[in-house]
Design a protein around this ligand. Structure first.
Ligand SMILES: CC(C)(COP(=O)(O)OP(=O)(O)OC[C@H]1O[C@@H](n2cnc3c(N)ncnc32)[C@H](O)[C@@H]1OP(=O)(O)O)[C@@H](O)C(=O)NCCC(=O)NCCS
Length: 179
């Protein structure tokens, strides 16, 4: 999958599927984004997978119908990513959990909305996905609003889901049903 979009500031954004050869760029991106926010499950350089592990993960996910890994690029440079991972078990394969992040310098240009549009259109047509869920820190107002704008609903609160510098933070669990 590869698609070209115009951002609010008239820059061209490419959204495309992640390939095994993107593994190092993706790790670098995630490690950088981890240092720019307290709203991810890892901090600066805290992404837990090695290059080999990430390559295996990308290969494995790309062989399934119900997993998605997207990269957003400007002038060939990765600026954001989205992943949706689902189990392969018959009884739970319709259910995917997604995560999204954009480099801080590119916040507010509409990149997250374009990535989510792609994910939701893909989910509606992959023939498997019937529910998308995510966890989000309760004080991440911008992200909660973004998800609500796409029709996600808060299903409940997960207490002490994340611990940052010794402080526990509750998460919401949110979901969107795909009909
Ligand atoms: C949350 C995040 C992915 C949004 O990415 P983004 O590309 O900046 O988002 P967009 O430009 O597409 O904006 C989407 C919506 O977010 C909200 N938003 C964006 N910038 C905002 C700002 N400065 N203040 C308040 N709301 C804002 C708006 O609702 C916006 O929709 P609108 O343009 O229709 O008003 C990005 O800020 C990020 O990576 N944050 C750190 C990681 C994170 O929190 N990930 C989510 C974990 S659950």
């Amino acid at each position: 999958m590869k698609t070209q979009k115009q951002l609010k500031n008239n820059t061209t954004l490419i959204i495309r599927s992640i390939k095994e050869s993107d593994a190092q760029d993706l790790i670098n991106l995630l490690n950088k984004m981890g240092g720019e926010t307290d709203y991810l499950s890892f901090g600066k350089n805290g992404f837990p997978l090695s290059l080999e592990e990430e390559k295996i993960l990308i290969k494995k996910q790309n062989e399934t119908k119900n997993n998605l890994m997207l990269l957003a690029e400007i002038n060939g440079k990765p600026v954001g990513s989205l992943s949706l991972f689902s189990a392969q078990k018959e009884r739970t394969k319709h259910n995917g959990e997604f995560g999204i992040a954009v480099l801080k310098n590119y916040w507010g240009f509409g990149i997250a909305k374009l990535l989510m549009d792609e994910m939701i259109n893909w989910a509606k047509s992959n023939g498997v996905t019937r529910r998308i869920n995510l966890k989000v820190c309760v004080d991440n107002k911008k992200a909660v609003k973004l998800y609500e704008d796409f029709g996600f609903e808060i299903e409940g609160k997960l207490k002490r889901e994340i611990c940052i510098h010794g402080k526990f933070i509750d998460n919401y669990i949110m979901s969107l049903l795909i009909n």
